[in-house]
Design a binder for this molecule. Structure first.
Ligand code: NDP
Length: 325
């Protein structure tokens, strides 16, 4: 028997973190192809700060959240293969800043027994992202060189580890000595600051540049990322933590090494249940085998979602921030 009401975060209008307020809402009812999950951990992600502030348009009143994990407490009439009591995680739900959330059955990822809720809750969005970036956006090969920005961050720290498992050389970019230390501990071969990094990447690659540069910082790094990429290499812009990159004149690619540039998004790399469960299965296997460290950088009561947003935007955090409803 589930409760009738629940606590959830609601923003009535776009604005700063203070618009995220705790409210009482009805517990939603699953549609035929959905399951209802009682949340154990809610992932806080950069996209929610863009949505909250109005950079990415959403309808208000707005309950943020795409990521969550917990126990299934109700199952839609057409759902097969999932049952109440089972633990699942997802990167592709909506309104997960709440004690309960709905997720399409196809987007509910199975969780092996025995894993602690925070590890499970910290992995879906950043893990699936790191996985598709290094396995599919560019299928990185052993011996290739990859640069990753915000390397001690959530996606960055996982990407370092996945790249090292492939056998790539990893050049990590971070902004402080503490973050540099984290990147080194996670396996980065070289750790640089952001200032003039393209030239340093060229120095480390006999003048060639990196096979792939993964750039989530965006506005303040993108030009250097292009300059750090080798001839016919790929610059992957996958975020805008410092702001969005202005429009790119494609003619620049002609004069700077016939580069490939892509701006991927998770939804296009989890296109069906098969692709999603392949990526998740590999991540879970690595976690269970103790080969993938999932770092939780901070936990907050649901009511303190605003503080989590402030901390994420402050650039001071490392690893995943979680709300514990
Ligand atoms: P992070 O843990 O990476 O946190 C953001 C990091 O960005 C900071 O710690 C900081 O690291 C760096 N940064 C650089 N400049 C700034 C700035 N001006 N303000 C704040 N941070 C800055 O977050 P996530 O791992 O959750 O996400 C990383 C990025 O990936 C985000 O941009 C997000 O939107 C994107 N993303 C994209 C997805 C996709 O499919 N395209 C999916 C998931 C996330 P440092 O100090 O070391 O520079």
């Amino acid at each position: 028997m589930t409760e009738k009401t629940m606590q959830a975060i609601v923003a009535q209008e776009p604005g700063g973190p203070e618009v995220l307020r705790l409210s009482e809402l009805p517990v939603p009812t699953p549609g035929p192809h959905e399951v209802l999950v009682r949340s154990e951990a809610t992932g806080v992600n950069f996209i929610e700060t863009y949505q909250r502030s109005g950079v990415y348009p959403v309808d208000f009143p707005f309950t943020p959240g795409t990521e969550g994990s917990g126990e299934i407490v109700a199952v839609g009439s057409e759902v097969t293969g999932l049952r109440t009591g089972q633990r699942v995680a997802t990167a592709e739900a909506t309104r997960t800043y709440a004690q309960h959330f709905l997720v399409e059955a196809d987007k509910a990822l199975p969780v092996p027994d025995g894993l602690d809720p925070q590890t499970v809750g910290a992995l879906p969005l950043q893990g699936l992202t790191a996985h598709y970036l290094v396995r599919s956006t560019v299928a990185v090969q052993p011996g290739q060189t990859a640069v990753i920005t915000a390397a001690s961050g959530g996606v960055g720290g996982l990407a370092i580890q996945l790249l090292k498992r492939i056998g790539a050389t990893v050049i990590a970019l971070t902004s402080t000595p503490e973050k540099a230390e984290t990147a080194r501990r996670l396996g980065a071969d070289h750790v640089l600051g952001y200032e003039g990094f393209a030239e340093q990447v060229r120095d480390l690659t006999d003048g060639a540049g990196a096979d792939v540069v993964y750039d989530s910082v965006g506005r303040t790094t993108f030009d250097e990322s292009l300059a750090a990429t080798r001839v016919r290499g790929t610059t992957v812009l996958f975020g805008g933590s410092s702001g969005q990159v202005p429009p790119l004149d494609l003619q620049r690619l002609n004069s700077s090494g016939a580069l490939f540039v892509t701006r991927p998004s998770l939804a296009y790399y989890t296109r069906d249940r098969e692709e999603r469960t392949w990526r998740w299965g590999e991540l879970m296997d690595a976690v269970v085998a103790g080969q993938l460290e999932v770092r939780v950088g901070g936990t907050y009561p649901l009511a303190d979602a605003a503080a989590a947003h402030r901390d994420l935007a402050s650039r001071a955090t490392q690893g995943k921030l979680l709300l514990l409803p």
